[in-house]
Design a protein around this ligand. Structure first.
Ligand code: 4NP
Length: 146
């Protein structure tokens, strides 16, 4: 799960998907394309909204996406088109590129909608981020478990 800062959207996506899959069977992680928040906790508002839906994401720490992630993961979900461009810049070949998907295409196939960045807004934006990621992760979990 990849966003820009790895403190707002992708930590939520990581926690939500983890909660929908059997523990220990899959490696789910998140990262940011930027380096501003390496080692940081998720944003307080992401922790708060996750807690509201009974998820604890406070064990996560920020890290930056790197080329090695193409080898460690089968699918790389990005939150928006800017994340997509930044991740694709690090791809080494077509196989890497094929791994990168816009997460909301799981619910709106082919439409390339962004998960809006809630960072500069209030808690309501985080709530709506949670809901759209929850819907997308339902589809992802369904596909993976099938
Ligand atoms: P995120 O939100 O990409 O959903 O984690 C952001 C968090 C921090 C910044 C940008 C986006 N920032 O510029 O510090």
């Amino acid at each position: 799960m990849v966003c820009l800062g790895n403190i707002c959207r992708s930590p939520l996506a990581e926690g939500i998907l983890q909660s929908k899959l059997p523990s220990g069977k899959f490696t789910i992680d998140s990262a940011g394309t930027g380096d501003y928040h390496i080692g940081s906790l998720p944003d307080k508002r992401s922790i708060e909204v996750a807690r509201k839906y009974d998820l604890d994401i406070s064990n996560q720490r920020g890290r930056q996406f790197s080329e090695a992630d193409f080898d460690r993961f089968d699918i790389i979900y990005v939150m928006d088109s800017s994340n997509y461009e930044n991740v694709i810049k690090k791809a080494r070949n077509d196989k890497d590129i094929e791994k990168v998907k816009m997460i909301l295409n799981e619910i709106y196939p082919g439409q390339n909608h962004d998960v809006p960045d809630p960072y500069t807004g209030g808690i309501q934006g985080f709530d709506s981020t949670f809901k759209m990621l929850d819907e997308a992760c339902n589809e992802i979990a369904k596909k993976i478990l099938n």
